[in-house]
Design a binder for this molecule. Structure first.
Ligand SMILES: Cc1cc2nc3c(=O)[nH]c(=O)nc-3n(C[C@H](O)[C@H](O)[C@H](O)COP(=O)(O)OP(=O)(O)OC[C@H]3O[C@@H](n4cnc5c(N)ncnc54)[C@H](O)[C@@H]3O)c2cc1C
Ligand SMILES: NC(=O)c1ccc[n+]([C@@H]2O[C@H](COP(=O)([O-])OP(=O)(O)OC[C@H]3O[C@@H](n4cnc5c(N)ncnc54)[C@H](O)[C@@H]3O)[C@@H](O)[C@H]2O)c1
Length: 489
């Protein structure tokens, strides 16, 4: 039986980063992956496919050009499922190749098959050819991720009543779609299909959605979705879902309302993929949602040489944070020093329009009784926004009135998931409103919105002995506009 310094179960973001980190520290590493190809949910059914689908939809519909050419503008008149699949396959292939190459370069060994514990240090792998193989590890990292929650009362058929994994295999773009669950997955796909001219209805049992996002941003988002005819039905559950004789889906809500659609996407959460691990054999137990509890600093489970990272440990369940967790877990497992994760990480929602956020929301600042000021910029106030024909887009920053520090940045609109990193850096480096006022930004860029929002807040804050330096004619304009706005409000 082969023995390794570290065995990693799962090759998603947490597993791949952990494996490469341990290999860089010259440890022997084995990655066990039950999927046919490495990459995990992130590469095959989650992050990368959904973002590729979004990009394809925006490109083929000509979405980004409609500000100039009107709502009826299309790059391709009829977009079918083959159009969507084509780019998907190329992107996924590329991702897998890059990952395989990284493993090979770093001498990370791979074993394909489902792993289960035999005892706390030994795993048995059922290989693709049906053979069983046992391996042992000084440390083991569980990075097995999650799978869609599929309650037994939903008649999934893989064709018209589907989960988010099956969505990637559809062979037609539906003309109408009911999405059950307004979580991140539900809302991203709902807005992508709406951009493809599908008539979309979203059913959500709670009275609000995306509660971790600043309410002003969610209100703007909700307005934009409703404005393009999406039905957002809050406070209702789907009582019964069935296929009718003609093939259409019928969704009956608990208030008696009935929705008809060509397709139903059930996206009401995900559960940990611990089913095959035989956790009893290593002394671990998952919670009711299949999640494992870990020490948040080291990612050790209650069995000290067994670590868990990524979606299997719960919030925030992002590819980005999973990678960091995997890296920290691997360093701890092999006795290398590891820093703590930074206080604030960004969250990107790749809906149409996209949303990104980092730090505290206005609601959180109020709840903590922190005296604060906000600064807001609309993308249409920037020259880059004019050039791009943007009609929407908003950047909001929240500052402490006492320390002047940036507390949160919240963005909706084109490029939000990239732009947020400027705010993230200032936030984690403990920067203040003065950073945005005193520094020059490239012009014309959407990043100039930071300058405008910074000045907007600055004008209403105690400015002490400072003067706002005026770096360019453009920032003078912005400053004057912001001052006028402040004076009139
Ligand atoms: C539709 C969708 C869109 C998303 N979009 C984003 C996004 O835009 N940005 C973002 O940051 N995050 C996004 N996420 C979340 C992101 O995909 C996850 O946070 C990330 O994939 C979690 O990584 P992980 O390492 O925990 O494992 P996963 O990526 O879930 O991979 C786990 C791997 O473990 C393998 N495995 C499971 N059990 C066993 C076993 N017993 N033996 C061997 N192998 C096993 C599985 O086959 C799988 O390959 C999205 C998720 C979904 C579903
Ligand atoms: N851009 C990104 O970073 C991104 C994108 C997609 C997914 N993800 C990650 O994947 C994870 C899973 O996402 P998700 O959207 O599946 O889950 P979720 O838990 O975020 O959302 C599920 C939604 O479904 C609703 N719901 C729960 N039970 C329901 C029921 N029986 N009927 C109808 N609705 C019900 C919930 O109220 C919630 O709004 C998230 O935690 C997220 O971090 C991230």
């Amino acid at each position: 039986m082969n023995h390794y310094d570290l065995i990693v179960v799962g090759s998603g973001p947490a597993g791949r980063r952990a494996a490469i980190q341990a290999a860089k520290l010259e440890k022997s590493v084995l990655v066990i992956e039950k999927g046919r190809r490495v990459g995990g949910v992130s590469v095959h059914t989650g992050t990368i496919p959904s973002k590729t689908l979004r990009e394809t939809a925006l490109n083929l519909t000509g979405w980004r050009e409609r500000g100039f050419y009107g709502q009826s503008y299309r790059v391709k008149q009829h977009i079918d499922a083959a159009d969507l699949h084509q780019r998907l396959l190329i992107t996924l292939d590329h991702e897998v190749q890059v990952l395989e190459h990284q493993f090979a370069r770093n001498r990370v060994q791979q074993l394909h098959g489902a792993a289960r514990f035999v005892d706390p240090h030994t795993l048995e792998v059922t290989r693709e050819d049906g053979e069983l193989q046992r391996v042992s590890g000084t440390s083991i990292l569980l990075a097995v991720g999650t799978k869609p929650y599929r309650p037994s009362h939903i008649p999934f058929d893989g064709e018209a009543i589907i989960d988010s994994d099956e969505l990637l295999d559809i062979d037609t773009v539906p003309r109408s779609l009911v999405v059950i669950g307004a979580g991140v997955i539900g809302i991203e796909y709902a807005s992508i299909f709406s951009a493809l001219d599908t008539q979309v209805s979203v059913v959500e049992p709670r009275s609000t959605m995306l509660d971790f996002i600043d309410r002003e941003i969610v209100e703007d988002f909700t307005y934009q979705l409703r404005d393009r005819n999406m039905k957002l039905i809050f406070g209702q559950t789907a009582e019964k879902i069935e296929r009718e004789a003609g093939g259409k889906c019928r969704v009956e809500l608990n208030n008696g309302r009935v929705l008809h659609s060509e397709m139903v996407l059930f996206a009401a959460g995900r559960v940990g993929a611990v089913g095959e691990l035989n956790l009893e054999a290593c002394g671990l137990e998952a919670d009711s949602r299949g999640r494992l509890k870990v020490n948040p600093e080291t990612f050790q489970t209650s069995v000290p040489h067994i670590y868990a990272a990524g979606d299997i440990v719960g919030f925030p369940s992002l590819a980005s944070t999973s990678m960091e967790q995997g890296r920290i877990a691997a360093r701890h497992a092999v006795g290398a020093p590891a820093s703590e994760p930074p206080q604030y990480f960004p969250y990107g929602i790749y809906a149409v329009p996209e949303i990104s956020t980092c730090g505290l929301t206005e609601e959180e600042v109020i709840a903590r009784k922190i005296p604060y000021e906000t600064g807001v910029a609309h993308f249409r106030e920037t020259s880059r926004g004019h050039i791009m024909g943007l009609e929407t887009g908003l950047l909001k920053m929240i500052f402490s009135r006492k320390t002047r520090r940036l507390l949160g940045v919240h963005i909706i609109g084109e490029g939000a998931t990239e732009l947020v990193h400027i705010g993230q850096a200032v936030l984690n480096l403990k920067g203040t409103v003065d950073y945005f006022v005193e520094n020059t930004f490239n012009y014309p860029t959407l990043a100039e919105a930071y300058k405008i929002a910074g000045l907007d807040a600055w004008n209403r804050m105690d400015q002490g002995p400072r003067e706002a330096p005026v770096a360019t004619a453009q920032s003078l304009d912005s400053a004057l506009q912001a001052m006028k706005k402040a004076a009139s409000s």
